[in-house]
Write a protein that binds this ligand. Structure first.
Ligand SMILES: Nc1nc2c(ncn2[C@@H]2O[C@H](COP(=O)(O)OP(=O)(O)OP(=O)(O)O)[C@@H](O)[C@H]2O)c(=O)[nH]1
Ligand SMILES: [Mg+2]
Length: 441
């Protein structure tokens, strides 16, 4: 396996489609076009060509595009073959390519990896692109596109440039070390730069909306057995996603449904009813319910209007997240509708469900943002590096610190910002990031 190989892979999904795109990248691209369709068309112009095997058998007729490196996505010579989207055509064309010397199938994410290695994209742009390929809702698309277009790269590179400037000031101070006051004067100019940067990073870190938008807003439905949690999940999903029965303890596993509420991704999670469990399986279900509730962005505490149990048990408090009390089966106790600090609904008749959905979308939209605002970090990887950079800047601000150590702290902070954009050795995270490009999984 070598970076000099010419790689080929279907770029579109594996399902049936009118048209599929097969991509090629690498030094033998032009030879492949020669063998399959009589040579490369003029660069960046679509040409309709007969596409045949090197043996001369016609495989399909389709559009051929040729991109001469380095002005291509990967920075190498590239081509796209737009063929009819059946499995047989795709396999026939890919197999024909693979009979030629110096070619092989691409690994998952290898086109993006080559783009990164050739300096076409930084790591945050690659991540944005992976998110764009995986985006399910409008807000996710917006956020991913902004990141793919370089919103985070620009921010982090600007910060790194500020740091290098502060570092240069401290080091200039060290050069004047014999001249007493001058040292202090020059070095002191670094302080406001670092203070400002530290404030900006702290604000950036305090915003969790980007990570939430990427993963979806997690809403956990919890309550006593038989309260109607699974019925509510089904009412939201508008399908029978979870089993409903009058038997208490029906749900034992965790059931997930993904919803698109006005462009905002919401992950609804149905859980086992909370009680002293009667068996090992139910006990495990209850344990999972608590664990999910702790990780939730919002907990819907479902209360049965015909048998109300108002207080959520200890340990259900979501980690800093909100809780909405939902009084279900309001059809059985209509007098209770609107009587207290809860939302009266009926999963059976649909009453109140629309209001609950509105409330959910509103809370989700506030927590997640629309993906259109100032650039926000979107991954734990970003958070880890930024927290490390921030810690170094905090240590820097200790007035008792010797200038040599101050310079060292700035270097450490710059190192972490460099890892964010992939400027600095990040080999260990690359596999995971490029593995996210799994077309048609
Ligand atoms: N009348 C009425 N019955 C409901 C309503 N919602 C659910 N039920 C009934 O209540 C029973 C329990 O519903 P489920 O949705 O299975 O309750 P659950 O909270 O998921 O129960 P467990 O999974 O056992 O914890 C079923 O017989 C439902 O048909 C409602 O709004 N009104
Ligand atoms: Mg249930």
């Amino acid at each position: 396996m070598s970076a000099d190989d010419t790689i080929v892979a279907p770029a579109s999904g594996t399902g049936l489609a009118a048209v599929a795109v097969i991509r090629l990248s690498g030094p033998r691209t032009q030879d492949v076009l020669e063998a399959l369709c009589g040579g490369a068309p003029p660069p960046r112009h679509a040409s309709l060509r007969a596409i045949g095997s090197p043996g001369g058998q016609l495989l399909d007729r389709g559009l051929v595009l040729w991109f001469e490196g380095p002005a291509s996505f990967t920075g190498e010579d590239m081509a796209e073959l737009h063929v009819h989207g059946s499995r047989a055509v795709i396999r026939g064309v890919v197999d024909a390519v693979l009979t030629l010397p110096g070619t092989r199938l691409a690994e998952p994410g290898e086109f993006a990896r080559r783009a990164f290695e050739n300096g076409k994209l930084d790591l945050t742009e690659v991540e944005g692109l992976a998110d764009l390929v995986n985006a399910e809702t409008e807000a996710q698309r917006r956020q991913a596109l902004a990141q793919a277009e370089g919103s985070l790269r620009t921010l982090y590179e600007d910060w790194r440039a500020d740091l290098l400037q502060a570092q240069a000031l401290i080091e200039a101070g060290l050069d004047f070390a014999d001249e007493g006051d001058v040292v202090a004067d020059v070095a002191a100019k670094a302080d406001p730069i670092v203070a400002k940067l530290s404030g900006a990073i702290a604000r950036h870190l305090s915003d969790r909306s980007g990570e939430r938008l990427r993963g979806g807003f997690k809403v956990v439905i919890a309550g006593a057995p038989n309260a109607g949690k699974s019925s509510l999940l089904n009412a939201f999903a508008k399908r029978d996603a979870a089993i409903v029965s009058e038997e208490a303890g029906t749900t034992r596993d965790v059931i997930e449904v993904h919803l698109d509420l006005g462009g905002v991704p919401v992950m609804l999670i149905d859980t086992a009813g909370l009680r002293e469990a009667e068996g090992l399986i139910e006990a495990e279900g209850v344990r999972r319910a608590f664990a999910w509730a702790r990780a939730a962005d919002l907990v819907l505490w479902v209360v049965d209007a015909s048998n109300p149990q108002w207080d959520a048990p200890r340990g259900l408090e979501p980690g800093g997240a909100a809780q909405i009390t939902v009084l279900n089966k309001i059809d059985l106790a209509p007098e209770q509708a609107g009587a207290g600090d809860y939302l009266g609904v009926s999963a059976k008749t649909g009453e109140g469900i629309e209001r609950l959905v509105d409330e959910l979308s509103e809370k989700a939209a506030v927590a997640l943002g629309t993906g259109a605002g100032a650039p926000v970090l979107t991954r734990t990887r970003h958070r880890v590096e930024l927290e490390a950079a921030q810690a170094a800047l905090e240590r820097f601000r200790d007035p008792a610190l010797a200038p040599e150590i101050k310079a060292e702290e700035l270097r450490a902070a710059a190192h972490h910002l460099g890892r964010l954009t992939g400027r600095i050795d990040v080999e260990e995270v690359l596999g995971a990031i490029f593995g996210e490009f799994c077309i048609g999984k």
